[in-house]
Design a protein around this ligand. Sequence first.
Ligand SMILES: N[C@H](CCC[C@H](N)C(=O)O)C(=O)O
Length: 293
Amino acid sequence: MVEQKNAVKGRSMKFSKMHGIGNDYIYVNCLEETVYEPERLAKKISDRHFGVGADGLILICPSMKADFAMEMYNADGSPGEMCGNGIRCLGKYVYERRITAKKELDIETKAGIRHLRLFANPKEKGRISMVEVDMGSPVLEADQVPVICEHTLAIDEPITVNGVEYRMTGVSMGNPHAVVFTNHVRGLELEWLGPAFEYHGRFPRRVNVEFAEVIDSATLKVRVWERGSGETLACGTGACAAVVAGVLNHLTEREVTVKLSGGELFVNWQKDTDKILLTGPAAHVFDGEYMIS
Ligand SMILES: N[C@H](CCC[C@H](N)C(=O)O)C(=O)O
């Protein structure tokens, strides 16, 4: 029944809008709804004028290997392997809607299984306000997975973009990132610089770019240009990549507060386990019904 309903144009699909410090996604509960063309839907529904408006689409799906599976699509319809802000909101969604009673969850993603710990809002019973994700280990070598570069380790590597030489460090958090340290992120013209990095020949799968300013060894200020979505107010995988690059370039410690345009995330790259813990808020904005067209 559900499958037929959504296959037909002009019928509606329930969705929720959520965000992690302003990195906003449309969530569809695919335990109840069926989405046939997620790339096409992501592009339409993410449009901030002709759609609902979001940085992309996230599908909450059943999993054979974990408690749930997450599929994510960028605003241009392209699929992404992992989403640090999105997965935190997914945890809040399934707990608050009583789809699960667990406060520790395993979520299957294209980058592997990620473990979540949900923290209750002390002021509102049954609500979750903060979520910690074990993001796994960063991947730095090209022959291991979807790293951005053809060559091995790219630490502080020169790259010419729009005729200017920058230095970047490549980090895969399951999805590809290039981190560029700079002295003043505020003044950067990302609309011009972001696409030039994203589509640079050095990155065969395109790239997410983080421009990071070192405030002190435990604080980074970061602006993000996301592959497939443009400048966003925050990026969880990007915050982790920035801290990995900070450590590798001897600029930061392993425990860092990352100040993004929409708020703060806390990153802890554990030395003993090599795993990265990402902690930050998760918020629900509204629920709605979308007409499939
Ligand atoms: N905003 C997300 C990452 C989306 C990455 C996506 N733009 C890609 O194509 O890899 C985060 O919080 O981690």
